[in-house]
Design a protein around this ligand. Structure first.
Ligand SMILES: *Cc1c(COP(=O)(O)O)cnc(C)c1O
Ligand code: SF4
Length: 439
């Protein structure tokens, strides 16, 4: 208990009675996968850091002194992976649109301010630094009218993804203005409106018995009535999350409101690093009328060492699970890394000109011409993220690297103020002079 409490000071911890009573098998703690998924684990910290915290606790050190030590440990754990969001904040009329992210041509992400927390926290979450306040919430959106304005200027966008945290922690009446604002678009720009959520796994009652569950269903129906397609991107980490009567009822209710459910989750050690779990998960999703969508590689942040699954092993797990299921489950893609250049899937391990290589493919690319392109990296048995890979076959660089540098430089140019425009640079809300922001 003392060790778990110490780790819980460094990494965010939150859980609810549904997870505790209906998902965790307390006879199997600590190995239980849902216990691993939600409760801080002693080995998530290095031995040195954990014993320093325990010593401080034992010696009755002041809260301020412990907090300072906690911050130091958090800073060691790569709290700002990739800094992707900054690069992807769209600019319109020279102004940054806070709370939107536009990385891939067809999909805009929206981070509504009230959706930046979750029903329970996943121990592997890459937003951990935001939840424990070490990273500021620069990116939250407060103004529902920003979205239709941006969409009018970007007819190439086909998908809007509400994300968080978890936008399904929001009350329906807070979410409603974002949907009502889309009325201004008219019928000429049909969209898929996606909601990325773990509520089906952590709090299915959100869609059943919460006071505004009915109002939320009306919201989904209204999305359809406006000519858009409502979709839920459901985060599931283990087949047990799909077994309760509540989750099955919640999925049925969403489907009868016209929502299409797709399922995704990361592959993590101690939680779901075996083929059987994934095969059962995909089968169960299909039986509940949902569509398996992505298997992700966990990002390189927080207690990554604890959760790390090497790419080679991830590929074996994926393939073995994929081989056990029917074609209806094989809509799933992966294992995929959401890295700076795009979503990169491990497609195979092969030998080319007597060099062992990873066969990789862009599922999504910052430049659309990269999508579906196959390329190679030198095989490395322990590599667990893209930045641990090197080009294969004697290449010095991956084919997209110069393109990525160009995109990054152009993005930075967008944000450099023209001469004389620096006055009013702190006026974040000003509506007079168009602002340009220094990156
Ligand atoms: C995954 C992702 C999307 C959506 O990609 P799809 O392949 O269309 O699901 C959009 N933006 C970002 C930043 C993403 O990581
Ligand atoms: S539900 Fe998603 S955002 Fe929330 S803690 Fe889990 S991984 Fe993070």
């Amino acid at each position: 208990m003392r060790r778990i409490r110490a780790v819980g000071r460094v990494l965010p911890f939150r859980v609810n009675n549904y997870v505790v009573n209906e998902l965790i098998d307390w006879d199997n703690v600590p190995e239980d996968p849902i216990f691993q998924l939600t409760f801080p684990q002693p080995n998530m910290l290095s031995e040195a850091n954990l014993s320093r915290l325990l010593d401080m606790d034992h010696a009755g050190k002041s809260i301020a002194a412990v907090d300072r030590e906690v911050r130091r440990i958090q800073r060691e754990m790569n709290p700002h992976p990739a800094r992707q969001m900054e690069l992807n904040v769209p600019v319109m009329d020279g102004r940054r649109l806070e709370g939107l992210q536009h990385k891939y041509k067809e999909t805009v992400l929206v981070f509504p301010r009230q959706g930046q927390t979750c029903h329970a926290f996943c121990t592997y979450c890459f937003r951990w630094a935001q939840f424990c306040g070490i990273e500021k919430l620069h990116f939250a959106c407060n103004d529902p009218l920003v979205l239709p304005r941006y969409l009018k200027a970007h007819p190439e966008v086909t998908d809007v993804l509400f994300t968080g945290g978890d936008p399904m922690v929001m009350r329906a009446k807070v979410l409603r203005p974002y949907i009502d604002a889309l009325r201004g678009l008219g019928t000429g720009h049909p969209l898929t409106i996606r909601f990325g959520t773990k509520a089906l796994a952590y709090w299915p009652y959100r869609f059943l018995t919460d006071r505004d569950a009915g109002e939320l269903m009306e919201l989904f129906e209204d999305i359809a009535a406006l000519g858009h397609q409502p979709a839920v991107m459901a985060h599931f980490s283990h087949d047990r999350e799909l077994e309760t009567p509540a989750v099955a009822q919640a999925m049925r209710r969403l489907q009868s409101a016209g929502v299409v459910i797709r399922c995704q989750g990361p592959l993590v050690r101690h939680v779901n690093d075996d083929a059987g779990t994934w095969a059962r998960m995909w089968r169960r999703q299909v039986r509940l009328g949902a569509i398996p969508y992505y298997m992700f590689i966990a990002r390189n942040t927080g207690p990554k060492a604890y959760f790390r699954v090497p790419l080679a092993q991830a590929y074996r797990i994926f393939s073995e699970a994929y081989g056990q299921v029917s074609g209806l489950c094989r809509t799933v893609r992966g294992p995929s890394m959401s890295a700076t250049p795009g979503k990169i899937a491990v497609q195979g391990i092969a030998e080319l000109l007597s060099e062992k290589v990873f066969v990789l493919k862009f599922i999504q690319g910052r430049d659309p011409s990269w999508v579906n392109r196959v390329f190679f990296a030198r095989y490395a048995a322990d590599a667990a993220w893209f930045d641990e890979l090197e080009p294969a076959l004697g290449d010095k660089k991956f084919f997209f690297e110069s393109g990525l540098d160009r995109i990054t430089a152009e993005k930075a140019m967008d944000l450099v103020p023209p001469p004389g425009a620096l006055s009013g640079i702190n006026d974040r809300t000003g509506s007079g002079t168009p602002l340009r922001w220094v990156h």
